[in-house]
Design a protein around this ligand. Structure first.
Ligand SMILES: Nc1ncnc2c1ncn2[C@@H]1O[C@H](COP(=O)(O)OP(=O)(O)OP(=O)(O)O)[C@@H](O)[C@H]1O
Length: 551
């Protein structure tokens, strides 16, 4: 850094003997020596600059990628609610865009601060040694810049923050768009979405240009001061040369240093602006790092013992809208309890509470007599296997997706789970079998195939508690029958809660809970509920007659 910075000072310094001693004396060998010295200075500068850039960029990249990993680790520890409130695109922009902005800034500032300060000082020394009056005259305007530069900082901070927010909205829109590509195509919304994106890009562009305008104003002001300095020295120094008080070599050496000093000065004046821009990104990263999960393991966690699940007067709501209103029920250990009820009754919410993705606002949820909030959180989630309505598959192979149920499972265990969930039925017909990639979010599989992979994953997990949310809704009649049999085998000896819209799939359940508006309005076995001739019996009659679609 210092070599690179000092090189320009040495270069400017060598100009004077070149003009005054060598040119006037006509010494060609002397010129050759100075040329050699100048070449040496530049080669040294090139080597030092290359090494410095490499080191600074490598360190910057290391810090940024480390920060990205830390951010992701932290994000994954946050509550589900955080992800509901912050769109995925905005989070991606923070993990990628904001850290990269910070990296650019760090590299620029470190390079500029080191190299440009040394260049500035060495050139200033050459100028002072040459003529301190000329130096003062050339740089007298600089203090005038202090106030405008300070005023600019606020502007840069606000505009950069707005531009980073606009970038996050852009990423959010792209994420939604590519996720919803099928709906876009089927509803012929390509044009509409392109226009919507265009409007957002336009907004981003406006903000980004405003931010750049602030950043570009600093060097522009330096240029104006530079011009004034040049003119003043030209007049004052020119007169001295004409009067014979100064030599052309002194003037050329000074002028070279003066011409070279404004470049590092421009970059140094930019640092404050860049810092403001970086702080805007840093602020957004801190917002993420400062977010704390509210669903935490207890200080002295109790070990998880499988057993009966009880909900006692459980209250829960989203942003003030109640979903569960005093929900009470018991799911007996090693038995199957079915939950039925109209859409929005709060059935899936029961699973969220049981797995502690959300915590209740009131009441108690116990497992084998212990409140689940007092249990070891990892142990609780290990004890539960969930097959949800939407299957989250990752862009790996079928086997890789099944193995997510238990990462240390052997290939034989994975294959056995695949067989039990009727995955082999379709996987064996594929050239790569279980090693077939499933595509992004499992897009290369059908809905029913994805569901079977999810069931295989739950089978591999072999947890004592099983939560099934409409596990066979995407299956055709034949696969459904196969999977139902597999689920029956799986749920034997496990505490199972199953949500179903088609009452025909849960007739064998040990107990059926009928949920409505966040409360249990009826419960019993299929036979008992039919005999009671209440809400369940009415729905059963309508569904079996085909009058009513499944609940
Ligand atoms: N993230 C959320 N933010 C706000 N409200 C929510 C959220 N998730 C669910 N709800 C609301 O909570 C209520 C219960 O939802 P839940 O998913 O438990 O119903 P459900 O009985 O499982 O319905 P379905 O049978 O349609 O799956 C619904 O009215 C829904 O609008």
């Amino acid at each position: 850094m210092s070599v690179e910075g000092a090189a320009l000072g040495a270069f400017a310094y060598l100009i004077q003997p070149l003009f005054d001693d060598l040119f006037s004396a006509g010494s060609m060998s002397g010129v050759g020596w100075v040329a050699l010295a100048i070449s040496g200075v530049f080669v040294l500068r090139a080597v030092a600059g290359f090494g410095q850039r490499l080191i600074v960029v490598a360190v910057g990249l290391k810090v940024t990628t480390g920060l990205q990993s830390r951010l992701v680790g932290h994000l994954l520890s946050l509550d589900l609610g955080y992800f509901r409130d912050t769109p995925p695109g905005a989070l991606i922009e923070r993990v990628r865009g904001d850290t990269l902005a910070l990296q650019g800034l760090a590299s620029n500032v470190v390079m500029s601060l080191g190299r440009d300060t040394i260049t500035f000082v060495s050139l200033l020394t050459v100028m002072f040694v040459n003529d301190w009056r000329w130096t003062l005259l050339a740089l007298i305007g600089l203090p005038l810049l202090v106030l405008p530069v300070v005023a600019l900082q606020r502007y840069i901070r606000t505009t950069t923050t707005a531009s980073r927010e606009a970038a996050a909205r852009l990423s959010g829109q792209l994420d939604e768009m590519f996720h919803g590509i099928q709906s876009i195509k089927l509803n012929r919304l390509e044009r509409h979405e392109t226009d919507r994106f265009g409007a957002e890009v336009g907004h981003f562009l406006k903000q980004a240009i405003r931010a750049q305008r602030g950043m570009a104003a600093n060097p522009a002001m330096i240029d104006i001061i530079a011009a004034a300095g040049f003119v003043a020295v030209l007049y004052y120094g020119g007169a001295q040369i004409i009067a014979g008080e100064k030599t052309v070599g002194q003037f050329m050496s000074f002028f070279t240093a003066l011409a070279l000093i404004f470049d590092p000065l421009r970059r140094l004046s930019n640092i404050a602006g860049q810092l403001q821009a970086g702080l805007a990104s840093l602020e957004r990263l801190y917002e993420v790092l400062e977010a704390r999960p509210t669903i935490l393991p207890p200080a002295n966690p109790r070990p998880v013992v499988p057993g009966e699940i009880r909900f006692e007067d459980v209250e829960f709501g989203y942003e003030g809208t109640p979903v569960l209103r005093g929900l009470s029920f018991t799911a007996e250990a090693e038995r199957t309890t079915a939950i039925v009820g109209p859409s929005g009754a709060g059935k899936t919410t029961v699973f969220g509470l049981l797995t502690r993705l959300v915590d209740p606002a009131g009441g108690r949820i116990t497992l084998a007599g212990t409140e689940i909030g007092a249990l070891d959180l990892d142990g609780l989630r290990d004890a539960i296997a969930v097959v949800g309505q939407e299957t989250a598959l990752f862009d790996t192979t079928i086997a890789g997706n099944i193995r997510l149920g238990r990462l240390d499972a052997t290939p034989e265990e994975v294959r056995a789970a695949a067989e039990a969930a009727s995955v082999l039925e379709f996987a064996d017909a594929l050239p790569l079998g279980l090693d077939t990639p499933v595509g992004p979010r499992g897009s290369a599989l059908s809905g029913g195939q994805r569901q079977r992979v999810a069931i295989a994953r739950a089978m591999l997990k072999a947890a004592p508690i099983l939560l099934l949310d409409e596990p066979t809704s995407a299956l055709d009649a034949r696969s459904e029958q196969l999977v139902q049999e597999a689920l029956k085998r799986l749920s034997a000896g496990r505490t199972t809660l199953v949500i179903a819209h088609r009452l025909s799939t849960i007739r064998d359940a040990d107990r059926i809970l009928v949920l409505d508006k966040g409360r249990v309005i009826e419960q019993g076995s299929h036979a008992e509920l039919m005999a009671a001739n209440g809400a369940y019996a009415r729905l059963e009659a309508l569904q079996s007659a085909g009058v009513l679609p499944p609940l």
